[in-house]
Design a protein around this ligand. Structure first.
Ligand code: ZN
Length: 214
């Protein structure tokens, strides 16, 4: 049995009591978790297990391996509190979803350019496209469309496409259905106003950077 991933059930949950299922040196696995591990360009959460800071969270198949400091004393079967940093999670979740919306808007309206990269950190997201010349001319329109979707506060469905294989998707009715195993807000309005910026990264690629517009 691999870990039960409660960050999909309730992405707003920041504290959990569970049990350690295995310990291998400084790596532990849990029975249940709210602690997201780096996937799909979305960084891992920040937080602790049993009071020990998590140094790395890594997906291994359906399992998640958490690296703790060497001095930890946890044993299999121990009851532990898992705590994640709420602000980090919320910011990652919002920027991740904003990046997915930018991807949908650009792909569908500007000739389906290939996505060549993406990364989501708690203060900035980026999406890279194979693109000749500057992407700057389309940014005002893409930004306006993004902020319109946010302002409309549309409901976002997140669910399993295939529960056994743990394949997930999100959907906004009439707008998009996208395969993704990340964490997503429940309504677009949660994102708040976003700002887009172009970055020239060369080699026929253009980057769109997404930040909170505060
Ligand atoms: Zn996603």
């Amino acid at each position: 049995m691999s870990v039960k991933k409660l960050f999909w059930v309730n992405p707003y949950q920041t504290e959990l009591q569970t049990k350690v299922s295995s310990v291998d040196g400084n790596k532990v696995t849990l029975e249940d978790t709210i602690f997201f591990a780096f996937s799909g360009g979305q960084e891992s959460d920040r937080g602790s297990i049993g009071g020990y800071e998590v140094l790395e969270a890594k997906k291994v198949g359906k399992e998640i391996s958490y690296t703790l400091p060497d001095e930890h004393t946890l044993k299999a079967g121990d009851t532990v509190d898992v705590v994640i940093d709420e602000e980090t999670r919320l910011n990652l979740m919002k920027l991740h979803f904003a990046a997915e919306l930018v991807l949908v808007i650009v792909t569908e309206n500007y000739g389906h350019p290939e996505k060549t990269g993406a990364h989501i950190s708690p203060d900035k997201a980026r999406v890279d496209f194979a693109w000749e010349g500057s992407i700057a001319p389309i940014l005002p329109e893409v930004g306006a469309r993004l902020n319109q979707i946010i302002q409309e506060n549309l409901p976002i469905t997140s669910a399993f496409e295939n529960e056994i294989e743990e394949r997930r998707y999100w959907e906004i009715e009439g707008l998009a259905k996208v395969p993704c195993g990340g964490t997503h807000p429940r309504e677009t309005g949660e994102l708040g106003k976003m700002r887009l910026k172009r970055k020239n990264i060369g080699k026929g690629q253009e980057r769109i950077e997404i930040t909170f517009d505060k």
